[in-house]
Design a protein around this ligand. Structure first.
Ligand code: SF4
Ligand code: SF4
Length: 281
């Protein structure tokens, strides 16, 4: 069953018209990486302390969708969507704003393809007889604004960490075996699948600066100095990435102003862009 689900997700990525980016003659997202976590993993309770009480456990997310006492166990499916290398390459040479390809990916890849994929897998598993919810497209999904920056009630990075897909980085992103230039999405299903083993020995293992004190390439890439050895200034970053100029740029390329242009400079032209930089190849 594990292989069936993984193969179906990969098939969808290959065949979905919404994953096709005509301008680069390729897909927005390359072959996904998929892993499974147990909803009973104690990490999900710990996130209530680490992130805040507003962060839902898989059981809570499931019951928000299907009603009180509906949860009887199951699986959390976490998916890494690696951004196509052609798109990443176009962003490597940028020094102030994201490339046109990166900007368009934000609207047509993130907003349209990802949401379509979330709805597709929900319905695929529901039709198989397993109730499934994708928090990212649920009406209760929210990003809260706090004094230290935005925080959501379902953090895809924390879910991916629980599933063993990678670790956190100095710039508040997530480094997987396919690198940092990725998107993440997850599902809570009542289908019981074998959980994957989390091999990382620490939650910051894949970032060269956090784990070994070297690199820092993302610090130099940031056009607004939002990253330092001490961490990532979420507010400074957000103001740039979602600010007025970013919205205008997105609009000028035919993308959604609401999605903004993004930036992604700290995720491209860096050693962790498309691979786990701590692994010697
Ligand atoms: S560029 Fe270097 S310091 Fe920055 S996130 Fe990647 S590995 Fe960490
Ligand atoms: S996304 Fe852009 S603004 Fe935000 S930290 Fe990365 S490089 Fe800086």
């Amino acid at each position: 069953m594990e292989s069936l689900i993984k193969n179906e997700i990969k098939r969808y990525f290959r065949e979905s018209k919404e994953n096709w980016f005509e301008e680069i003659h390729g897909n927005y997202f390359e072959e996904p990486v998929i892993k499974f976590a147990s909803p009973e993993d104690s990490l999900f309770q710990e996130y209530k302390k680490v992130i805040g009480d507003h962060h839902f456990t898989p059981k809570e997310a499931f019951e928000l969708a299907f009603g009180e006492d509906s949860y009887k166990g199951g699986t959390v499916i976490s998916v890494v969507l690696p951004i196509n290398e052609k798109i990443r390459k176009s962003n490597r040479i940028q020094t102030k704003w994201a490339s046109r390809e990166w900007v368009l990916t934000r609207t047509f890849g993130d907003e349209i393809f990802m949401k379509g994929f979330a709805k597709y897998l929900e319905s695929y598993l529901n039709k198989m007889g397993y109730k499934t919810v994708a928090p990212y497209v649920s009406e209760w999904f929210q990003v809260h604004r706090t004094a230290s920056g935005p925080t959501s009630n379902w953090s895809e990075r924390h879910i991916a960490y629980a599933a063993g897909l990678g670790t956190f980085s100095i710039n508040d992103a997530f480094i997987t075996e396919k690198g940092i230039a990725i998107k993440l999405i997850s599902f809570v299903t009542e289908l019981k699948l074998r959980p994957d083993v989390r091999v990382a020995v620490s939650h910051i293992e894949n970032c060269l600066l956090c784990s070994k004190g070297i690199c820092g390439a993302c610090i130099n890439r940031c056009p607004v100095n939002a990253i330092s050895k001490a961490g990532h200034d979420k507010i400074k970053c957000m103001q740039y990435v979602y600010g007025e100029e970013s919205r205008k740029l997105a609009e000028s390329y035919g993308a959604s102003p609401k999605a903004g242009s993004g930036c992604g400079l700290c995720q491209t032209g860096v050693p962790c862009e498309g691979k786990n930089p701590t692994k010697v190849v």
